[in-house]
Design a protein around this ligand. Structure first.
Ligand code: PHE
Length: 460
């Protein structure tokens, strides 16, 4: 009964879809390719995949198990695990608050690019400066951001996430088919004597030449931050989702599926973007484009497709918008649900206030490209960062490592890994990667994450 009241998932597939809906989003399609490009392609990819099957699996398992065992959302769940570690709850609450602001700003960019394909501006969008002149303009980014945020808030306000999940059953496979199709087309491109196939090599073959310890740590930091972001872990969301999962569900199997799916989408997105950027803008383009990479590269590819490209471009950005929406809804839902539990106010009231607060935050992020423009060199950056990069840095490079360290100490040393293992096996299924899990949560996460945190803070 309790499960139902909380809107529990009726099947393990329901959980997998909802979690995958939260996981697969702009992180995979927009963020992964630009970080992989910045991190030198193949080496980043290798590090990411290794991290995904070790760290990703461990922390996703931990989050979901904490949720299912306590039956609570992240704000309260950690206090239930151990009274003294209650503070992790509020800490996990801050991360989605920060992410929501810039997620809406980028969601707005996606909407802008949908409009590009409906207003005949697709050729102009393929120009080198189109993206920059859009995000530095005053009104455009704000208007699109507000529309994006309004859609997200509308869904949360009405509590119709379930409908969105159903929708994502169609959107997700469609998106993947499109990404694969676009990638194949991309590989046929060449420009100024550079071929996309060479770009592909950069993307998949690790290059260790000139690698310094500092460079490696930066790659490791970026890849870890990306992994957490992409899997929506270390920020309470998966704890909350875990609390909805049925006690009979085979958690370890579901988790493996979510992880594989999320990583596959990220890999494919990189395949679609990186070889093309190399062909059009060379290595320089890969290193310098930053958060704008996808928006700069894809319009060029679509433009090369001629008339068909306009249709492909429109459908593609619409699907990206849906993938992004299932994620931003999960972010806002977490915030709203936590505040509702604390204040006992209605969903509608809280959604409204959170929506307004997010609008103010996102507005500031948008203005970071004109009115509030400044350049700051972040410890993990290769190009000067603006407000959006700072928000991203604080949430992904600073707060997430802190949460991961705290969680790993709590589970690895205070309540001991068996706390989680028992929960996974409580359904009668075997947890096959038990030893791996124990070693990682006890030793590897605290050590590696501490090094990364020092690196993120510029101390190392
Ligand atoms: N994982 C989502 C993505 O890849 C983003 C996200 C971050 C969702 C944090 C929820 C929480 O786009």
């Amino acid at each position: 009964m309790k499960q139902q009241k909380k809107g529990g998932f009726t099947s393990s597939l329901g959980f997998i879809l909802a979690a995958a809906g939260s996981a697969v989003g702009l992180g995979n399609i927009w963020r992964f390719p630009y970080l992989a490009a910045k991190g030198g392609g193949g080496l980043f990819l290798l590090v990411y995949i290794i991290l995904s099957v070790t760290f990703g699996f461990t922390l996703l398992t931990t989050d979901v198990a904490i949720g299912r065992k306590t039956g609570k959302s992240s704000l309260q769940a950690f206090g239930d695990v151990h009274k003294k570690w209650k503070f992790i709850g509020p800490l996990t609450f801050i991360v989605p608050c920060i992410i929501l602001t810039y997620y809406c700003a980028i969601g707005g960019w996606v909407l802008k690019y949908i409009s590009v394909y409906f207003t005949g501006a697709s050729a102009a969008a393929a120009g080198d400066d189109y993206f920059t002149s859009f995000i530095t303009s005053h009104a455009g980014p704000i208007v699109f951001m507000l529309v994006y945020l309004a859609i997200t808030a509308f869904i949360v306000y009405n509590g119709v996430e379930k409908g969105v999940e159903k929708f994502s059953k169609i959107v997700m496979p469609g998106l993947i088919v499109m990404i694969i199709g676009i990638s194949i087309f991309t590989l046929t491109l060449s420009h100024d004597g550079r071929t996309a196939i060479d770009g592909l090599k950069i993307y998949v073959i690790p290059n260790f030449k000139g690698l310094t310890l500092n460079k490696f740590l930066t790659i490791l930091l970026d890849a870890t931050g990306q992994l957490f972001y992409s899997l929506s872990i270390a920020m309470g969301i998966m704890v909350t989702y875990g609390s909805y999962v049925d006690k009979q569900d085979n958690l370890s199997k579901s988790i493996t599926r979510i992880e594989l799916f999320d990583t596959a989408v990220a890999f494919l997105a990189g395949l679609m973007v990186i070889p093309a950027v190399y062909a059009f803008n060379g290595v320089e383009g890969l290193e310098k484009n930053g958060p704008g990479l996808m928006f700069v590269a894809l319009p060029k590819i679509f433009d090369q497709m001629g008339i068909v490209g306009i249709i492909v471009g429109a459908i593609f950005f619409i699907m990206v918008a849906f993938a992004a929406l299932t994620s931003s809804v999960s972010i806002m839902e977490t915030i709203v649900a936590s505040i509702m539990q604390k204040t006992k106010k209605t969903r509608k009231q809280v959604s409204l206030w959170v929506g307004i607060a997010a609008a103010v935050g996102a507005l500031i992020i948008c203005l970071g490209y004109n009115l509030f423009y400044f350049e700051v060199m972040l410890p993990n950056g290769s190009a000067p960062g603006q407000l959006l990069d700072i928000a991203d840095y604080i949430s992904n490079s600073v707060l997430m490592p802190i949460i991961a360290i705290c969680t790993s100490i709590l589970i690895g040393w205070v309540v001991k890994p068996k706390w989680v293992i028992e929960e996974l096996e409580s359904s009668g299924h075997k947890f096959t990667r038990k030893t791996l899990y124990t070693v990682i949560i006890k030793y590897i996460v605290p050590v590696v994450m501490s090094i990364l945190l020092l690196q993120a803070l510029g101390i190392l």
